[in-house]
Ligand binder design. Structure first.
Ligand SMILES: [Zn+2]
Length: 126
C-alpha cells in the first residue's frame, strides 16, 4: 500500500521527533480495514520524540479541508520510537477522537492500527 510507504517516509523524515498526520477517507471500511484515501501531514508542535500535539487550529483546518473535499477524517497517524502500541496519553486522546489510530514504530519498522470502543451502558436517573 503506497499510503503506508508515505506514512513511513513522514515518520522517518520527522526523526528524532514523533510525526503525526490525519488520514482521510470516505468513511467506509472494507472488510474491517481502514481505507486511506489521502494523508494530511500535521506539524508536531511539541517537537518531541516522546509525544505529539495537534494544535486546535490545525484540527479545524483539517476538518474544513475534509468537508470541502467531501471526505472524512477516518484516522490519526503518529509514530513512536518504541513499539506501536498506544501510550496512556494516546488512549486518553483516542477516547476523545474515536477514529482509527495508526501508529508506526520507527524502531520496529511496523504499523499497528487501534480503535477505542467504549461500551455504551445505561445509567440510572435520580
Ligand atoms: Zn503515541
Amino acid at each position: 500500500m503506497d499510503q503506508l510507504k508515505e506514512l513511513e517516509r513522514i515518520a522517518k523524515s520527522s526523526l528524532p521527533n514523533e510525526s503525526c498526520a490525519f488520514l482521510l477517507g470516505n468513511g467506509q471500511q472494507q472488510d474491517n480495514k481502514i481505507v486511506i484515501a489521502e494523508i494530511l501531514p500535521i506539524k508536531n508542535v511539541r517537537a518531541s520524540y516522546a509525544s505529539f500535539e495537534i494544535p486546535p487550529d490545525e484540527l479545524l483546518r483539517a476538518y474544513d479541508y475534509a468537508e470541502q473535499k467531501r471526505v472524512q477524517i477516518t484516522g490519526i497517524f503518529h509514530s513512536h520510537p518504541a513499539p506501536p502500541s498506544p501510550s496512556r496519553t494516546d488512549i486518553r486522546f483516542m477516547e476523545i477522537n474515536p477514529v482509527v489510530w495508526v501508529i508506526y514504530s520507527t524502531t520496529e519498522r511496523r504499523f499497528a492500527a487501534w480503535v477505542f470502543e467504549e461500551i455504551v451502558r445505561e445509567v440510572a436517573m435520580v
